[in-house]
Design a protein around this ligand. Structure first.
Ligand SMILES: C[S@@+](CC[C@H](N)C(=O)[O-])C[C@H]1O[C@@H](n2cnc3c(N)ncnc32)[C@H](O)[C@@H]1O
Length: 289
């Protein structure tokens, strides 16, 4: 299995609002909203929620209801979660008030008043935030890679564990593969603009990876460094060890299957202990309290 661009969960052929899109004038840097571009190019919140359901069905024989989305950014997954079932609740946590305000402003369009009541946006640090006991904590798009030492990451994992109900689960994603250690730029066309994943610098001594997202537009304008990620590139064995050290009873890696035609990831994730040494992969980890 291999993915051309590890920073995308969008499945092939999938486009939000297909067929319903209004005719719009050409996007330019000046008329674009970087958070909207991020959601369109990087996130697939439906697939994330489907994965959570899959894991809960497989491991707990029920669906989770109470979700906390750590590093929620625009809280797109929390929004999707409360829409998904009538008794679902979500708490999105982010340290940056501007992204939460961005979401607040959009809520009247995205959720009806009843759904809105089941969504809480909290400004706070995921290492210290206190929430009512949660069934499932989610940390997506590798956001926790910003904790660069084993100690810092273990402390965060411990805090997540303490936030969970007794049979709660923590779902997080990871990326890697031989190309993840390279300095490269990968442009990908999205409707109306180009998303560029820029693996700008990698230091093999510390494991530090400095990555950017840029957006380019048909008129030649661009939003350079729309997002910056100063990360440590963690590996799956390190993550499994740290989750175990943080007290999780069981940690499982879900590896993506291969589409036979394209030989790329097929969006189906299954538990396994044997992956493939491919150039680019994303995987999920499921840590059970
Ligand atoms: C890459 S975005 C993630 C957006 C979205 N959750 C996703 O899956 O694509 C990372 C977010 O983490 C937030 N963040 C960084 N450090 C944090 C911390 N210690 N506690 C809470 N949020 C934090 C940033 O403000 C940013 O919005």
């Amino acid at each position: 299995m291999s993915r051309k661009n590890p920073r995308t969960k969008k499945r092939k052929g999938q486009s939000k609002g297909k067929g319903k899109q209004k005719r719009r004038s050409q996007r330019t840097a000046a008329t674009s909203d970087k958070h909207e571009l991020y959601e369109l190019s990087v996130q697939d919140t439906e697939a994330e929620c489907e994965f959570i359901d899959q894991v809960w069905k497989e491991r707990r024989k029920r669906f989770a209801r109470r979700l906390r989305e750590d590093f929620c950014g625009t809280a797109a997954t929390s929004v999707e979660w409360v829409k998904r079932r009538k008794d679902n609740t979500a708490i999105g946590v982010d340290i940056d008030p501007t992204v939460l305000k961005w979401r607040e402003a959009k809520l009247p369009d995205g959720l009806d008043p009843e759904q809105r009541k089941r969504l809480t946006l909290r400004q706070g640090d995921v290492r210290t935030v206190r929430t009512p006991r949660i069934e499932c904590v989610l940390a997506m798009n590798f956001s926790y890679y910003l904790f660069k030492t084993r100690e810092a990451l273990r402390t965060y994992f411990k805090h997540v564990r303490s936030s969970l109900v007794n049979d709660g689960m923590f779902v997080l994603d990871a990326y890697g593969g031989s190309e993840s250690f390279e300095e490269l730029e990968e442009p990908r066309k999205v409707k109306g603009f180009t998303y560029v994943w820029d693996q700008h610098a990698y230091n093999p001594i510390t494991g530090d990876a400095l990555n950017y997202i840029h957006f380019r537009f048909p008129d030649g304008s661009q939003i350079k460094k729309a997002f910056e990620y100063d990360w440590r590139l963690w590996t799956l064995p390190e993550l499994q060890e740290l989750l175990t050290e943080a007290g999780f009873a069981k940690v499982t890696v879900y590896w993506e299957g291969t589409d036979e035609e394209t030989e790329e990831g097929d969006g189906e994730f299954k538990p396994t202990t044997e992956g493939e040494a491919c150039e680019g992969w994303i995987a999920y980890l499921v840590a059970e309290k």
